[in-house]
Design a protein around this ligand. Sequence first.
Ligand code: AMP
Ligand code: MG
Length: 505
Amino acid sequence: MSSANKPVNSHEGVLSSIDSLTCDNHYARLPAHFYNKQIPAGLCDPKMVSLNPQVLALLGLDDSFADSDALLQLCSGNYLPSGFEPLAMKYTGHQFGHYNPDLGDGRGLLLAQVKSTDKADSPTWDLHLKGAGKTPYSRQGDGRAVLRSSIREYLCSAAMQGLGIPTTQALSVVVGSDTIMREQVEQAAMVVRVAESHVRFGHFEHFYYTQRLDDLKLMLDYTLTQHFPDALTAEMPYLAFYKQVVTTTAELMAHWQAVGFVHGVMNTDNMSILGQTFDYGPFAFQDDFDPAYVCNHTDYSGRYAFNQQPQVGYWNLMALGRSLTPFMDVEPLNATLQTYDDIFLAKLRQLMRAKLGLQQVLDGDGELIKQLLEILASSSVDYSYFFRSLSDFDSTEGALNSAIRDQFIDRDGFDTWAAQYQQRLLLELSVDDVRKVHMDQVNPKYILRNYLAQQAIEQATDYDYSLVNELVKVLANPFDEHPEFETLAALPPEWGRKMVLSCSS
Ligand code: AMP
Ligand code: MG
C-alpha cells in the first residue's frame, strides 16, 4: 500500500513539539476559489537525504529535531502537525512569452504558514512541499518531483543564500521508495521549500485575465497587508507596491548577472513578488563565460539566455504592471517601470566594482567592466575562478600576473585590460593586501557548478548522500576557505562544461 493512502496523522510516536509550531495560515483565509485544499500524497519508506540546519533554525527548531521521525514524516507528506492546512494555489502566467491560463501548484502544496516563535512580530514562513501529488492544476503531470531536481533545488537554495542573493530556501530533501517515469525511471523525492511568500506575478495575472476584479483587489490587498506594509500607507498603495517589486526584481537581475547565474525558466509564474530567486529548474552558474549561454534544452530560441535575463525581468514586470491597470492609469505604472534600467545598472555597477575590488565610483568604470566581460567571453575564461584569482592581482607597474594571465587564450587582450586595471587601482591608491580581503568576501571560491550538482545526484541515486551534505555545508559559506573540501573548488572536467539541462523534473 502506498503511504499516500495511509491516513495522515496516524503515525504512532510522532507526537512531538513540531506540533507546537504556531500556524498563521493567512493564505487559507482568502476565498476558497483562490486555491484547492487537499492533503499531500506521502512518499513510501521516506529517507532524509539532507536537512539544512540553518533553515531549521529559521523555523525556531533546534538541532534536536534533525533526526526526529516527526520531521521526516512531515517532510515526506506523511504527517501533518496540528494547525497545518495544506492547499494548492491557483495562479497563471506567461510561459516563453505566451499566456497560459491553466497553471497553479501542480505538484506542490502550501502546507502551512508558521511563526518561528509565538511572539506577534515573529516572521511567518511558508512551508511548501514540492512533489506532494496531483492537484487540480497538474494538467498531464503526475504531481511528483524526482530526486535529481529536488537535490538541485535544495543545493541551489543554499548556494544562493550563502552568496547573499535573495532566494527561497529549502529545509530538506527526502527520497521515497516510489519510482516515477521521466525520460527514464527515477526515484521520487520531496523538498520542503521555505519562503516568506509564494505569491508570484502569475497570481495577479490570473485574476486580471479572467477579469475578476474584486478577486484581483483582494489578492492585492492581501499581498500588501502581509508583505508590503509600507505600501499600504502610501498615497497610491498599489503603485508603491509596484515600485518595490520593480526595484527588488531589477536588483535581483543585477545579482544574477554579477554572479553568473542563469535561471533558465523565467516565466512569470516563476517570478516571486518579493524579488527572490524562485523555482529552481534547469539553472546553471557560468563556468567558461559565455554571455549567450542557454542552459535549458527546451529553450530553442534562447529567450532565457544569460544575457537576456535583465530584459526578461523588465518584460515580466510589464506583465505584472498590466494586471494593475484596472486600478490606475497606465502612465504612473509605465513611469515606474522606466526606472528599471537605472536601478539594474546602478546595482550591477556596485556589484561589479566590488568584484574588482574598487572602492570609489569613477567615470570609465563601466567601460572597464565591459571590456573585461568581452575578454572573458572571447577567451572562454572560467567566470568564478577568474574573479577569485583576481584578488591576487599584483598592481606593481610591469607585474606579469601570470597566474591570471594564463587563463586567457588572448594574452594580449588580457595585458591591455590589466594595464587599465592597474592604472585604475592606482587612481584610488588601492593597497593589494587590503583589496584582496575585500575581494575574497564577494568573489566565491565555492560555486554550485553543474558538474558538482551532477556528481552529488549520481551518488545520491546510489544511496550515498555524503556529497549533497558536504556541498550544502560548504555552499553556506562560499567565500571562506574550506581546506578539507578543496576539491569542491576545482574547475569542471570536460564532461561537466556547458551542460544543457532537461526541464523535466
Ligand atoms: P515549472 O516549470 O516547474 O515552473 O512548472 C510549471 C507548471 O507545471 C506549474 O504549474 C507546475 O506546478 C506544473 N508542473 C511541473 N511539473 C509537474 C508535475 N510533475 N506534475 C504536475 N504538475 C507539474
Ligand atoms: Mg514553476
